[in-house]
Structure formats: structure tokens, C-alpha cells
Design a protein around this ligand. Structure first.
Ligand code: ZN
Length: 312
């Protein structure tokens, strides 16, 4: 039986696993990526990760990375979370640290979507969207079992759909993008503009503010409840546009903010019911993601099996 390795590179960690074609993890590790220290450090760590799987009969490695990838040429064109990357010949450099010929690289949000499609909440799906509610709002589009990458590898940037042209400034330079309302960054901005919540969170690390707002909401704090209500409503509005456009059967919602599912799901569903076209709206199923931090690993393994033609 052949195995593949799925490797999910993040700004903080590299997660990797040998995965068999039944989707069983045979061995798994997590190490620091040191991506902020530069691509050389990242490559060194990646090389050590790959070497540590030498005992597994690996035929192909799938790698997910936070950036924009030119699939044809194996080039990482942009990666804001990895220092020193512009048009970096990723596949060529990885081949220096492994004798394996078969390597496939994919954007991390896309690989997470494929992971949920293969082994997670999208396993019964034919066409689905994944929204990852993290620091920003990431997305992936799977149509008839295939990733839709777009002509430039940039499809699925769901976070930059414009919800309100007069809305807050987004990192991309536009105003009112989906992620400027639905993301950890958005929660932090709203908290910062709310005197009561600012006081409640004055000793909370910025990374932990969304979770703190979740706990406050569970305790019944009105301002915190309102944040999740607004997030739910905006999610519903954004998802409505997406399903009217793509008529997918499922939307999967993952990322750290999805832990607040119970606080926002009803507001989201009300909005979709009210606004979506009846056909796409009635067919649509929405689930929280089920693979957590392992979604990327599974997606990368899935891509590796496709590369080997073991999967269609
Ligand atoms: Zn934007």
C-alpha cells in the first residue's frame, strides 16, 4: 500500500502526516515553521520534516502554503506571512531537500477545503465552499470534486467580496470586504471601538479576544451577543451571494471563529432563508468544519493521491 505525506505550512507551525488512501493518519508531527524569519528557515524546517518521514513508503508529497501559487511552474508568487517571498521557485527548492520527484503545492485555504471535502464535513458533498474564519476570511471552492483555482490561482478569495462599499478599510486596500466584518481582525476592531468591551478585554491577549467575546456572549453580555449576531447576519448575506452564483450543495465553515457557531448560526440561516433564491437556498446545507487543524493535512494528502492518479 502506498502512502503520501500531507504537509500544511502555516505562519507559525508546520503540520505533517503520513496518510493512507483510506484517510487514516499513520504518523503525525508538528514543528515551528519560523516563516517570519524568512523562507530559508522555513525550507530548512520543511526539509527536516520530510526527512523524518523516511520510513514511510511515500510516493508523493502534497504541501499547503499560505500564498498564491503558480501551479504550472511551481512558483510561490506571493506569501505575505513568509518573509522574503516574491516569485519564489518553491518546487525546485523543495526538490533539493528530498529525492522524491512527485511534489504538489497548493494554497492553504484551498487545501483545507479539499480536506473537508475528502474526510470532513463535506464528505457527502459534490460541490462546496469552505469559509475559514481566522485572522482573515479564507475560502476554497470545490466544484464537481475539483478545486476551482481560477486563471491565476487566485480564485476563492471569498474574504474580499465587497459587502459594503462604505465599510471599514480592508488589508487589500478596498473598503467593506467580507473579511472586514467576519474575521478575528474584525472582532478586535469592533471591541476596540466599544468602551464596555474594551474594558472587559483590557488584560486579554489580542489573539484571545474573539474567544473572550464568545465567553462573554455565553454569559449574556449584550454587546458581545450583538457582535455574533452581526457576524451571523453578514455571513448570511455573503453566503447568499455565493450560493446564488454557484448553486453549491454545501458550505463548510471552519477556523477559530467557527467555535462561536451556536452564537451566530441562527442569524446566518435567517438571512440566507430570507435572501437566497429558492432553488439554491433550499438545497444548501451549512455545516461547521470537522477536521480542525488537520483539514490542510488531509487536503494535501488528497492532492497527492490525485497527482499519483490513485484518486480521480
Ligand atoms: Zn479586502
Amino acid at each position: 500500500m502506498k502512502n503520501v505525506i500531507g504537509i500544511d505550512i502555516g505562519g507559525t507551525n508546520i503540520r505533517a502526516a503520513a496518510v493512507n488512501s483510506n484517510g487514516e493518519i499513520l504518523h503525525q508531527i508538528k514543528v515551528k515553521s519560523n516563516a517570519r524569519d524568512g523562507i530559508e528557515h522555513l525550507l530548512k524546517n520543511l526539509g527536516e520534516v520530510i526527512t523524518s518521514f523516511a520510513d514511510f513508503q511515500t510516493e508523493c508529497i502534497g504541501i499547503g502554503i499560505p500564498g498564491i501559487i503558480d501551479q504550472k511552474n511551481g512558483i510561490l508568487t506571493q506569501a505575505p506571512n513568509i518573509t522574503g517571498v516574491k516569485n519564489f521557485p518553491l518546487i525546485k527548492e523543495i526538490k533539493k531537500v528530498t529525492s522524491l520527484e512527485s511534489i504538489i503545492v497548493e494554497n492553504d485555504a484551498n487545501s483545507a477545503a479539499l480536506g473537508e471535502y475528502w474526510m470532513g464535513s463535506g464528505a457527502q458533498s459534490n460541490s462546496m465552499l469552505m469559509l475559514t474564519l481566522g485572522t482573515g476570511l479564507g475560502g476554497g471552492i470545490v466544484l464537481n470534486g475539483e478545486l476551482w483555482r481560477g486563471e491565476d490561482g487566485m480564485a476563492g478569495e471569498i474574504g474580499h467580496i465587497i459587502i459594503d462599499p462604505a465599510g471599514p478599510l480592508c488589508n487589500c486596500g478596498n473598503n467593506g470586504c467580507f473579511e472586514s466584518f467576519v474575521s478575528a481582525e474584525a472582532v478586535r476592531r469592533i471591541v476596540n471601538n466599544n468602551a464596555v468591551l474594551k474594558e472587559f478585554t483590557k488584560n486579554t491577549h489580542p489573539d484571545d479576544i474573539p474567544e473572550k467575546i464568545m465567553l462573554l456572549a455565553i454569559e449574556g453580555n449584550e454587546d458581545s451577543l450583538q457582535i455574533w449576531k452581526d457576524i451571523g447576519k453578514t455571513l448570511g448575506i455573503g453566503i447568499t451571494s455565493l450560493v446564488n452564483l454557484l448553486n453549491v450543495d454545501s458550505v463548510i465553515i471552519g477556523g477559530g471563529l467557527s467555535n462561536a457557531w451556536e452564537l451566530f448560526q441562527n442569524w446566518m440561516l435567517i438571512e440566507i432563508k430570507k435572501r437566497a433564491l429558492s432553488g439554491p437556498g433550499e438545497r444548501l446545507r451549512i455545516y461547521p468544519a470537522s477536521l480542525g487543524d488537520n483539514a490542510g493535512i488531509f487536503g494535501c494528502a488528497y492532492l497527492a493521491y490525485k497527482e499519483l492518479k490513485i484518486f480521480n
